[in-house]
Design a protein around this ligand. Structure first.
Ligand code: CO
Length: 139
């Protein structure tokens, strides 16, 4: 049911510092500007790779859901992995039917299409994001 790997989510205490590392150490050449997603409590930017993307997320506001992650991982680290699905509602219903814990309701993610998150306890310890494939977009 899962499709392409869309991105790997990486939490960081500073997107600016992380971008510098991706650019200067790893040699990434295509990196978006960062923007705020207040409803999700994050600043976000994407490092574009030939076959995928790295999503850098930094806390936005006091109630950001990634403060806890950064408290445990002060330098940041891999936070979630995102797979594409064709239909987010069907994916949510399938996940629930198969006993996985879906966190909240579908909401609009950083690519402008609906996403859901699946609790790591049902995903081998990994927070999984499922994202509806953008129509007509293959970045
Ligand atoms: Co993501």
């Amino acid at each position: 049911m899962i499709g392409k790997l869309n991105h790997v989510g990486v939490a960081t205490p500073s997107i600016d510092e992380s971008v510098k590392m991706y650019r200067e150490v790893l040699g990434a050449t295509s990196i978006t500007d960062k923007w705020a997603m207040p409803e999700q409590g994050v600043w976000v930017c994407f490092v574009n790779l030939p076959n995928s993307q790295i999503e850098l997320i930094e806390p936005y506001g006091e109630s950001s859901p990634i403060h806890g992650f950064l408290a445990k991982n002060p330098k940041g680290g891999q936070h979630h992995i995102c797979f594409e699905v064709e239909d987010i509602i069907a994916a949510r219903d399938d996940m629930k039917a198969r006993g996985a814990t879906v966190l909240g309701e579908p909401r609009i993610g950083a690519h402008g299409t609906p996403v859901i998150f699946i609790h790591p306890k049902d995903m081998g310890g990994m927070l999984v994001e499922l994202m509806e494939t953008p129509k007509g977009d293959h970045h």
